[in-house]
Design a protein around this ligand. Structure first.
Ligand code: FAD
Length: 463
């Protein structure tokens, strides 16, 4: 089947963030789309207490959203976060901006509101049919047929299509069927961190006010552990604790009573304790989630099946890029459909994976790096000196300098792979130069930038 035949039927499995955006874009291109979701319609049934209620949304995510013309709708759901508010133990919190350019910031957005808005837009398309409560059990890949089980009746149904797009998240059933298929070589890796996450909440103040500064991503870095908080539109904050499962004085294995949880917070996060009135209840009621990276290849088979979003590349959340990358997938796929118009689906899928995988591998690695940066280095003096210098470069020479964070988060015209290479080289250059005293305060800023750029080029050349 040729990809420019808009009579092609497309079955999208998973109506989460990636699947609903993908369905919308494919329908806008004229395809007949069936979108099938395991859970109930999230606009009708409240779900998922304790599972990343809000997310950091940034430019690469917006790139995907722009493709479907929902930019203005999404902006209404966003709370700008201009930087990290860092809460060191026993010290006054301070703000470390994400960029020296005023127009570069990230946003806090509700997962449910964003997903609901995308589903509302899907509902308006005549060529999208959405079904809920149907969990994909397996996919007959050669025939592009998927079998689903009804959530309530347990009845099984099979749907077929010309093409199946798996957007069913980190535990993807489509990927599992590819893994189990013996007719082609499928590489797969899953790496867990030793830490798990647990969500807690800071309730709104009176009249939906905020109990702490609204427009920041709050971080309490404590070396091994870390707490973060993102604002919600109703005045509350969603707080996430990142803590080891075991082998530490305070870890999920040892925090087994309300007294121990309170003792831990009194010691490590005393300023947060008064902000979370239901700490112990939430700690024990909310699940502890694992944090893992999934890489696999190929992402497609038989010219009939392709996986996207977390199904193809789940990453740890420390760069705030999982959803953003999944939305960017849709934009990249859309570009590939344009560039390869009239070619077979197999050719399209191959071109898409070749264009995209180096970038999703790069963000997977950067996200693990950022875990260590956030919990350990944000508090260090050298790191703060580096950030201060980078902010000054970005403010004075906005066209000439982008920090690693800016390259990854805001510079959506380059891929994650390039952002990683340039960003890491710059980091190494600045840290070495600062450590060696080669960027004294007396030096004009332009000269410092020239030295950093030269050192960065040397590092890139040596690598
Ligand atoms: P999902 O959102 O998981 O959606 C998959 C959908 O498929 C779901 O609706 C699911 O019900 C459905 N499904 C699953 N199995 C089946 C099946 N068998 N049959 C039918 N349907 C099925 N990303 C960011 O960009 N910024 C952040 O700040 C951020 N913070 C995060 C914090 C945490 C703690 C975590 C865990 C993740 C975070 N992420 C963040 C990552 C982000 O949540 C994911 O990258 C994003 O949700 C991926 O979208 P997706 O649609 O591919 O997968």
């Amino acid at each position: 089947m040729n990809s420019n035949n808009t009579q092609s039927s497309i079955l999208i499995i998973g109506a989460g963030l990636c699947g609903s955006l993908l369905a919308l874009r494919m329908a806008q291109r004229g395809y007949q789309v069936q979108l099938i979701e395991k859970r109930p319609d999230l606009r009708e049934v409240h779900q998922d207490a304790g599972r990343s209620i809000n997310l950091a949304f940034s430019d690469r995510g917006m790139k995907g959203i722009k493709r479907v013309g929902l930019e203005e709708e999404v902006k209404k759901l966003c709370i700008p976060m201009h930087g990290r508010m860092i809460h060191n133990l026993g010290a006054e919190p301070f703000m470390s901006n994400y960029s020296g350019r005023d127009n570069e910031y990230i946003n806090s957005i509700s997962r449910t509101d964003l997903n609901a808005m995308l589903l509302d837009a899907c509902d308006k398309m005549d060529n999208i049919e959405i079904k809920y409560n149907l969990a994909c059990k397996n996919v007959s890949l050669e025939e592009a047929k998927a079998t689903f089980e009804d959530y309530t009746t347990k009845e099984q149904t099979t749907f077929s299509a010309d093409v199946i797009l798996g957007a069913d998240g980190a535990g993807s059933s489509v990927r599992k069927s590819m893994f189990l298929n013996k007719n082609f070589l499928f590489s797969f890796s899953q790496d867990y961190l030793t830490h798990g996450y647990k969500e807690l909440s800071i309730p709104p103040a009176e009249n939906n006010g905020y109990r702490t500064f609204k427009n920041a991503l709050h971080i309490w870095p404590r070396g091994e552990d870390m707490l973060i908080a993102l604002p919600n539109l109703d005045g509350s904050f969603t707080v996430t604790l990142f803590l080891p499962y075991s082998d530490s004085d305070y870890c999920y294995d040892t925090l087994t009573t309300p007294e121990m949880v309170t003792e831990y917070f009194e010691k490590e996060f005393p300023d947060v304790l008064e902000l979370i009135p239901n700490l112990a209840e939430e700690f024990f009621e909310n699940p502890t989630g694992p944090l893992g990276t999934i890489k696999c290849s190929p992402w497609h088979c038989y010219g009939k099946n392709l996986i996207l979003g977390d199904a193809a590349h789940a990453i740890v959340p420390f760069y705030g890029q999982g959803m953003n990358a999944s939305f960017e997938d849709v934009a990249v796929f859309d570009d590939i459909l344009d560039a390869h118009e009239g070619e077979s689906w197999e050719a399209i899928f191959k071109a898409y994976e070749a264009a995209r995988k180096p970038d999703t591998d790069a963000i997977a690695n950067l996200a693990v790096d950022n875990f260590h940066e956030m919990k350990e280095h944000t508090a260090s003096d050298l790191f703060q000196q580096k950030r201060k210098l980078e902010m000054a470069f970005e403010a004075e020479f906005p066209e000439d300098y982008h920090s690693k964070y800016s390259l990854v988060t805001f510079k959506e015209d380059i891929g994650y792979k390039e952002a990683k290479m340039r960003g890491r080289a710059q980091d190494k250059a600045i840290l070495n130069l600062l450590d060696d005293g080669k960027l004294p305060d007396t030096l004009p800023l332009k000269e410092k930038l020239n030295i950093v750029n030269k050192e960065t080029q040397d590092i890139l050349h040596d690598d």
